[in-house]
Design a protein around this ligand. Structure first.
Ligand code: PEP
Ligand code: MN
Length: 376
């Protein structure tokens, strides 16, 4: 399903100073000196396109630093006047929007906690009516692409056409190395719904620590995202918020230098031909995989009917354990990552169970397709 968004190209509202497009600045504006000095160092790298700073901070728990508030707008004005960098702030209420627009902030963004709440998004959208300020919409905290799309639509319906999405990762129950799971497939899914919508990656909030930022940044560029938003503080060790994930302007500059920029379009015809041949091979294998899966499902149906006729339960744990064990070992021997083989088998198995449930309970309503299969 293609989304009906009216969007102006990124280049119509932001001109990258260098590649990749980079929005940088502290998580929070803390003092006038901290913000202005950070802005000067960032501008001096020659790599930063816009200065970000949170002045109203949505905090999970009360009592934490909730942002310096409107006074920060004056500091941003000064930073812009002295460095020439356009400014970007997070807005979460109609009042924030009004104040930011009045103060001449160049770009607004909607934070992850706000995107998760349609009432908040609508309030922001209503306050934006009549303005043509660029707005970036972060993905919601929870991995729900509809909320992300809904927020983009609400802002777009308010007449904002200078629109971008920010991928900042998602909360997940499982604790992993990331602060927020990237779930790249969700960002890619958004891209397929709205190919003209620019997506900027926020490796800082995905990583949650400095060490992972280069890896996530490179991956974002390889996924053909249009730019990066990275938190940078003049002295991260004393930052009032997100201290572990902020980098100094000079560390940011080095990090950017180490990234590899690749072409989304292949220009060299020799490379193009070689790639086409390899893709051709992949297409044939994919067709075979699908065909074999369909064959497998036909057999699953036969088994389902057999179990039904003989009053046998659908799930036989031992059999499933055996499949998992044998195939994982086989996959390992063929150089497939154990995790990958397991996930693939689980997906196939859950569809097999769904099919058999349908057969066993014919006439009692259809079994829902497993969550993984509709995950979009
Ligand atoms: C931020 O950018 O500082 C921020 C609060 O991010 P998020 O909304 O992604 O949590
Ligand atoms: Mn932050």
């Amino acid at each position: 399903m293609k989304l009906d968004l009216k969007i102006q190209p990124l280049s119509s509202w932001i001109t990258a100073k260098a590649q990749p497009l980079l929005i940088a600045g502290p998580c929070s504006a803390e003092t006038e000196d901290q913000l202005v000095a950070t802005a000067h160092l960032l501008a001096a790298t020659g790599k930063v396109t816009a200065l970000r700073a949170g002045i109203w901070k949505p905090r999970t728990r009360p009592g934490e630093f909730e942002g310096i508030g409107s006074i920060g707008l004056e500091w941003l004005k000064r930073a812009k006047a002295e460095t020439g960098l356009p400014t970007a702030v997070e807005v979460a209420t109609a009042k924030h929007v009004e104040e930011a627009l009045k103060a001449g902030v160049d770009i607004l963004w909607v934070g992850a906690r706000s995107t998760a709440n349609p009432f908040t998004v609508q309030e922001i959208a209503d306050a934006l009516k009549g303005s043509d300020v660029p707005v970036m919409v972060k993905n919601p905290v929870n991995p729900d692409i509809s909320l992300w799309i809904g927020a983009l639509e609400r802002i777009n319906n308010a007449g904002i056409t200078k629109l971008a999405a920010i991928h900042r990762g998602f909360s997940s129950y499982e604790k992993t190395a990331f602060r927020n799971e990237p779930m790249w497939d969700l960002a890619i899914n958004l891209k397929t719904h709205a190919p003209e919508l620019p997506i900027i990656c926020d490796p800082s909030h995905i990583s949650g620590n400095r060490e992972l930022i280069p890896y996530v940044s490179q991956k974002a560029l390889d996924m053909d995202m249009q730019g990066l938003m990275i938190e940078s503080h003049i002295d991260p060790s004393v930052a009032w918020t997100d201290a572990k994930q902020q980098v100094t302007p000079s560390a940011l500059s080095e990090l950017i230098d180490r990234l590899t920029l690749r072409q989304p379009e292949v220009v060299n015809t020799q490379v193009k031909d070689a790639l086409a041949e390899l893709r051709n091979k992949i297409d044939k294998i994919d067709d075979l995989v699908i065909q074999k899966l369909a064959e497998r499902m036909k057999i699953v149906e036969q088994i389902g009917n057999y179990k039904k006729d003989n009053g046998i339960t659908i799930l036989q744990v031992n059999r499933w354990d055996e499949i998992l064990q044998k195939r994982s070992n086989y996959g390992k021997a063929l150089n497939l990552h154990a995790d990958f083989t397991e996930k693939l088998l689980e997906l196939i198995h859950s569809e097999s169970i769904r099919k058999q449930t349908e057969i066993m309970n014919a006439g009692q309503g259809e079994a829902p397709v497993q969550e993984q299969l509709t995950h979009s």
